[in-house]
Design a protein around this ligand. Sequence first.
Ligand SMILES: [Zn+2]
Length: 337
Amino acid sequence: MDIADESPTAIASYAPEEGGRGMSMLNAMYYFFKPFLPQSARYTMRRLRANYKLQTAKDWPIMESAGEKPPGWPGWPDGKKFALVLTHDVEGQVGLERCQQLAELEMKHGFRSSFNLIPEGEYTVTREFRDFMTESGFEIGVHDLRHDGSLYRNRKSFDECAVAINSHLRDWDAVGFRAGFMFHNLEWLKSLEIDYDASTFDTDPFEPQPDGAGTIFPFVVRGRTPDEGYVELPYTLPQDATLYLILREQTNHIWKAKTDWLAERGGMVLVNVHPDYLAFDGRKPEISEFDASLYEDLLCHVKEKYAGQYWNPLPREMSQYIAGMSPFAPGPRTTLQ
Ligand SMILES: [Zn+2]
């Protein structure tokens, strides 16, 4: 899937019965004409929209209030200063083919991460692939169902999708979920048999559903029964596509500055890097790619500046740690749905 298509396609089909947002006339026109526009024009449109948002955005990339520790916060295991959670959403076949190189890059520096895969998307997720990842110390999660923007269309279809998603979760022995386009409804997600969801963020005005969790700490979403509850893991570094493909940043200074702020606040650094967009080995990036060295340099920044001071769990380990605090685990601090 091309990032140039990402949010507009999704918003066009995002019309939930509850909590939906209206489309502006400009957006509606964009959707109408989009199929006739070449990729470069679609990027230009997204960049214009993003630059407009950038000028009016407050609280991005840092929302100061999100750094407040939850009441009774006990800190991270072994007295670590902050946590670092690395995640990847695999959008298409190209991304799938780059996963191993990305995993090897992380292993080289001593890190582990999770790979979220689309169960009914354009590529096939084989048992061999999943086994390779888990046996190498990585985690497999479920990314949406078909990633066509239809997941949250209405409650009935969401629950039908949830049955299929739960089946894939069991089949893959996975416990984590992230929706396509970061759409989120924390109430509806209780239909999923998950330990954690990772579809929210502390602050991100560039997302099609831009209401943030307003915290840099994981929190528990409680259900009517213990089985219904799960841990929410908001991402806290700006998305790679936003920084490099849309805003066309040439360095990773925003990632590093926010990481330093998150470390100072003792929060969770959670980043989502798409293998689909990575240009490895110094190859000149295409329009929908960025240089993988920007990500590698971020890992080296953490490794060198904060040696011994951070905890790098898999997301499933993070959710176990937070769930284990119950009944004292932090709950949602916002009215986020
Ligand atoms: Zn995705």
